[in-house]
Design a protein around this ligand. Structure first.
Ligand SMILES: [Zn+2]
Length: 131
């Protein structure tokens, strides 16, 4: 299990979360509509939100889902990917892109448009690679 910050019991029903994912080696994965993408080895930070059912959402990321709904599902299913940390970044879902932009100031855009299909703030991506 990844580390939850704060402990999952304390999470509200809605909010913004970030996933810290360590990729042990570079991989090429098909990511839904984005097609085949190469991911370099390293540590990634993904920003997402849920307007309700937040705890169920992040647990789904931890345990995996039967169907791949979000771009991040395609990365997490890789045997090379390890979800290390899940953090509650805000209790207000509408702050998702602001949280994401803050992370982007000190990281590299991993895959253009990744996780940003329904983003209305013009984020280049919601998946960053730590420098
Ligand atoms: Zn965004």
């Amino acid at each position: 299990m990844p580390t939850f910050t704060p402990a999952l019991d304390a999470w509200p029903d809605a909010g913004v979360y970030q996933l810290w994912i360590r990729l042990r080696r570079s991989v090429v994965l098909r990511v839904g509509s984005l097609g085949r993408m190469r991911f370099a080895a390293g540590t990634y930070i993904y920003t997402g939100r849920a307007s309700r059912g937040l705890r169920a959402r992040v647990l789904r990321h931890v345990h995996g889902g039967r169907c791949r709904h979000w771009h991040i599902d395609y990365l997490l299913v890789s045997p090379a990917a390890h979800l290390e940390r899940v953090e509650l970044s805000s209790t207000r879902p509408e702050e998702e892109c602001a949280v994401n932009a803050t992370t982007g100031r000190s990281a590299v855009a991993a895959i253009p448009r990744f996780g940003a299909s329904d983003c209305r703030s013009g984020c280049p991506t919601h998946l960053w690679r730590v420098r």
